[in-house]
Write a protein of this length. Structure first.
Length: 241
């Protein structure tokens, strides 16, 4: 009887396991990671580009709205002689000049200011005004004569004088309505300048201007800046007097 010994086949070498199809080579792995990185970067760049484009659109829309508002203001005041809208400033020219060392306004100047104020306030109530108009700064100016601090105080008094004119209640001539006086109290802010923005002559430098300020994108309107629950003063005596 013969017996045959059957030899088992030799075990596969370890390197054969590494060459089986389900193993991913190192180079393929790096390629896959690079593709994932490029996809992630593309998505991030698209998001940033979209955000920049949206911000630019909002900026352009804001400037267009402000230009439209200013054009409406020019049309609303074009029939008042001597008054001009220059950029974002309402210039009264000779119509609101002061005598030397004085903050007083004449009756004609007072009536003119009370005539133009409701037109400005009406625009402040329209959609563009509600959306963008932040405040109206009353800027008083002095000429170069006198000391700096004295003229600074005088220019502030000239700004305050305009507020006294606008907030005066009936029976003051051409007095604003209660609603307009309330809005003027909330919207107008007093400012003064000494030796700043001097004009060609001393007379031209003694003046008041209205400078319009607008909200930035995303800036919130502050309600009740001066307190809408505070009643209007019915006494027409200006504290400057």
């Amino acid at each position: 009887m013969s017996f045959y010994l059957r030899r088992s086949p030799p075990a596969a070498a370890d390197h054969d396991v590494a060459e089986q199809p389900f193993w991913i080579s190192f180079s393929d792995l790096m390629t896959a990671l690079m593709v994932m990185f490029l996809v992630a970067m593309s998505v991030a760049l698209l998001a940033i580009t979209h955000e920049i484009s949206q911000s630019e659109d909002e900026r352009v829309e804001r400037l267009d709205d402000i230009d439209t508002f200013l054009n409406q203001l020019r049309k609303a005041t074009e029939d008042i002689p001597g008054v001009a809208v220059r950029g974002r400033v309402i210039d009264f020219g000779e119509r609101a000049r002061f005598a030397t060392d004085s903050h007083q306004l004449t009756l004609d100047q007072t009536i003119m200011l009370r005539e133009i104020a409701p037109r400005i306030l009406e625009l402040a109530r329209n959609p563009l005004g509600q959306k963008w108009l932040k405040r109206i700064v009353v800027e008083g100016f002095a000429d170069a004569r006198g000391s700096y601090l004295y003229n600074l105080n005088l220019s502030l008094q000239r700004s305050e004088r305009l507020l006294c004119v606008l907030l005066a209640a009936p029976p003051a001539p051409a007095a604003l309505s209660a609603a307009d006086r309330m809005l003027a109290r909330d919207l107008f802010l007093v400012s003064g300048s000494s030796y700043n923005a001097l004009r060609a002559s001393q007379d031209e430098s003694r003046r008041i201007e209205l400078r319009l300020e607008f909200f930035d994108i995303g800036e919130m309107r502050l309600h009740s800046r001066s307190g809408r629950d505070i009643p209007l003063e019915e006494e027409n005596r200006c504290p400057l007097d």
